[in-house]
Design a protein around this ligand. Structure first.
Ligand SMILES: Cc1ncc(COP(=O)(O)O)c(C=O)c1O
Length: 355
């Protein structure tokens, strides 16, 4: 099988600048648990993007970052309203429910996106001692199906969160891809939209490991985060090695450049498939670094024998193809050629690729 596949953006390696940063931090002794120069510099780099009131906490992984961020803001009798395909709800093995002992209310949505109306319809039983009390909304930006909330959509969610006294949490495992797709900076994406706390993904965007939990401005949950992070086993003793990676990622817009490459390669893959659209259709708009294609069912297995990827919805034949910071045009063409070869030729429209 080719080295580069399209199974997940976390299947990619580490960006050379990040590896260099890790090596540069590998000198001498420094205090542990974040009380070091590297961590302070990385925090400053975030504040340079968001303003002096921003607070940042580094964590090992995305699941842990989501869980401890939400647990910092909520009581066990409060629920989190999220889309039904949220990573938090389906891909974290019930970590939040176990750790926080609290309920997720997962809502069927279109194109992976929660709407204010979805939220308002779940604001039930407020003040009733028999009912769990809605405490937060959690969305992913970009979403699990590769779509991106517009700034206006985020603002509307922020507004409903503020009005209903809900914590507005964003799972930003792919926040960089969304920022680049929208062409906006972090202030616009987070501060102007009323996001209370988000994760800022590193692992999928060129880091060896590491995610940041970001409060764009003061929120009372900040005061609990130090403790939920430690209880949640997300506090690194050798923090400098997480922090220095973020410092390098934010330096000279590497986070944006990496995400831009991944997004561009998803667009290219979608463009190559569009020629095939009597056979292969896109299940969701391609807005970030994921392409979700509906394959003829008899093409799935042969393609998976040649290329590694996951099925998003095996019954409907929806394949999930993710691009990463290191995906090249050549990788995309080789992959698209395989799709062309394997999707039933008799149903194809002849194009230049067949010629
Ligand atoms: C939307 C989303 N959130 C969070 C994560 C974080 O996962 P992990 O705990 O594997 O770092 C992922 C990884 O696949 C993801 O896709």
């Amino acid at each position: 099988m080719p080295d580069v596949h399209f199974a997940s953006d976390n299947n990619a390696g580490v960006h050379p600048d990040i590896l260099a940063a890790l090596t540069s931090a590998n000198q001498g002794h420094v205090p542990g648990y974040g009380d070091d120069e590297y961590t302070q510099r990385a925090e400053r780099a975030f504040r340079a993007l968001l303003g002096d009131d921003a607070r940042v906490f580094f964590a090992f992984n995305g699941t842990g970052a989501n869980v401890v961020a939400l647990a910092a803001g909520l009581r066990p009798y409060q629920s989190v309203i999220c889309p039904e395909a949220a990573h938090l709800a389906v891909d974290e093995c019930g970590a939040y429910e176990r750790f926080a002992g609290a309920k997720l209310i997962d809502v069927p949505v279109e194109n992976g996106k929660l709407t204010p109306d979805d939220v308002e319809r779940r604001m039930r039983g407020i003040g009733d001692q028999h009912h769990v009390q809605p405490g937060a909304i959690s969305i992913s930006q970009s979403t699990e199906v590769g779509t991106v909330y517009t700034v206006a959509e985020l603002r509307a969610l922020g507004e409903v969160a503020r009005k209903s006294d809900l914590l507005f949490h964003v799972d930003g495992a792919r926040l960089a891809n969304a920022a680049v797709a929208l062409g906006v900076d972090l202030r616009t994406l987070l501060l102007e939209t009323g996001v209370d706390v988000c994760t800022f993904g590193g692992t999928k965007n060129g880091l060896m490991f590491g995610e940041a939990i970001v409060f764009p401005k003061y929120h009372p949950a900040v005061d609990a985060l130090l403790y939920t992070r430690k209880q949640g086993m997300q506090l690194a003793s050798k923090m400098r090695f997480v922090a220095v990676q973020f410092e390098a990622l934010l330096h000279d817009d590497l986070w944006r450049r990496n995400a831009a490459q991944a997004n561009a390669m998803a667009r290219l893959l979608a463009a190559r498939l569009r020629d095939l659209d009597d056979v292969v259709q896109l299940a969701y708009p391609v807005e970030a670094n994921g392409v979700f294609a509906v394959l003829p069912l008899d093409a799935v297995e042969p393609l998976q024998r040649e290329r590694r990827f996951y099925m998003w919805d095996a019954q409907r034949g929806v394949a999930r193809w993710m691009t990463a910071w290191d995906t090249t045009e050549q990788d995309v063409h080789t992959f698209a050629d395989a799709v062309w070869r394997i999707a039933p030729p008799q149903k194809r429209v002849p194009t230049k690729v067949d010629a």
